[in-house]
Ligand binder design. Structure first.
Ligand SMILES: Nc1ncnc2c1ncn2[C@@H]1O[C@H](COP(=O)(O)OP(=O)(O)OP(=O)(O)O)[C@@H](O)[C@H]1O
Ligand SMILES: [Mg+2]
Length: 271
């Protein structure tokens, strides 16, 4: 790990040794059995993510990005290697890990506040504290005034913001985002990228976001993990040492974006 931004992050975290959300992935291998064949989806993944860090993951379709997130969130326990969150192995789902998918998957018969509150159902907290947390997270995603709205009354971007609030209301140590803005139009997407950056500064969760949009990956990530395909493995990890808010038009930004794009499209191979 190098670069100014990461160095600063390291320093911040070093002064707060108890801050949770450190993810360690060691020698991770994942295979699926299909029609009697064994498909190696992830091969020898090694990655350490700092508490509070924002890591973007890019890679070709089918290279195993969603599989990796599913393993981290604990939806599948059948893998080789170690995935440790604050030194604890991950083998099942837990409230300390939240996930947001491309499709917001809000429950259509519940209002925004009911959907967000639903995530707190099994938490042993007083009703007043649950209400306070729901209201706080509705504010965090700028949906004040829409607490009583139903999903059908929201735009795609608003629904996705509600889904982000629902994932954060448990105050997870780590938030996993699988192409969360993939279904939005370009302008809404840019707006939500700014929102995610703002949310990220107000919220201390570690965040890992899968995206197909390299510019988005560089705009938000402290680091960008570039995955290779067949089998899925880490090709390169790029540190983004640029201050926020990032200027997409700057030469430094475009240089990093173009390097990653060249990796993904194999332009380096023909050099
Ligand atoms: N449950 C499963 N059983 C068998 N194979 C699977 C299963 N889930 C995923 N795969 C295979 O694992 C590989 C990786 O899938 P994954 O969904 O992780 O890719 P991805 O990188 O997220 O792709 P995309 O960018 O298209 O979302 C694919 O070849 C897919 O067919
Ligand atoms: Mg996927």
């Amino acid at each position: 790990m190098s670069g100014g931004a990461m160095a600063r992050l390291d320093d911040d975290k070093r002064s707060e040794p108890s801050h949770p959300g450190a993810l360690a992935i060691k020698s991770l291998n994942k295979r699926y059995r299909m029609d009697g064949r064994i498909l190696q989806v992830l091969q020898d993944i090694d990655l350490n993510i700092l508490p509070g860090e924002f890591v973007s993951i890019v890679g070709r379709s089918g290279c195993g990005k969603s599989t990796l997130l599913r393993l981290i969130v604990g939806l599948e326990a059948d893998y080789d290697g170690d995935i440790l969150l604050d030194d604890q192995p991950i083998r099942s789902t837990s409230l300390d890990r939240g996930i947001v998918f491309q499709d917001h998957s809000l429950l259509p018969w519940m209002t925004v506040e009911q959907n967000i509150g639903f995530a707190l159902l099994t938490l042993d907290l007083p009703e007043s504290e649950k209400k306070r947390r729901v209201a706080e997270h509705i504010d965090l995603v700028n949906l004040s005034g829409f607490a009583k709205a139903y999903p059908r009354e929201l735009s795609g971007g608003m629904a996705q913001r509600a889904a982000i609030a629902r994932a954060l209301v448990n105050e997870p140590k780590i938030l996993l985002l699988d192409e969360p803005l993939g279904a939005l139009d370009a302008l809404t997407r840019i707006h939500l990228q700014r929102e995610l950056q703002r949310i990220r500064t107000q919220n201390r969760s570690t965040m890992i976001m899968v995206t197909h949009d390299v510019e988005e990956a560089v705009y938000l990530g402290d680091r960008v993990v570039v995955m290779d395909a067949n089998p899925g493995r880490i090709g390169r990890v790029v540190t983004v040492p640029l201050p926020h808010p990032r200027d997409r038009g700057s030469r430094a930004f475009q240089h990093i974006r173009d390097e990653i794009l060249a990796d993904l499209t194999g332009a380096h191979d023909t050099d």
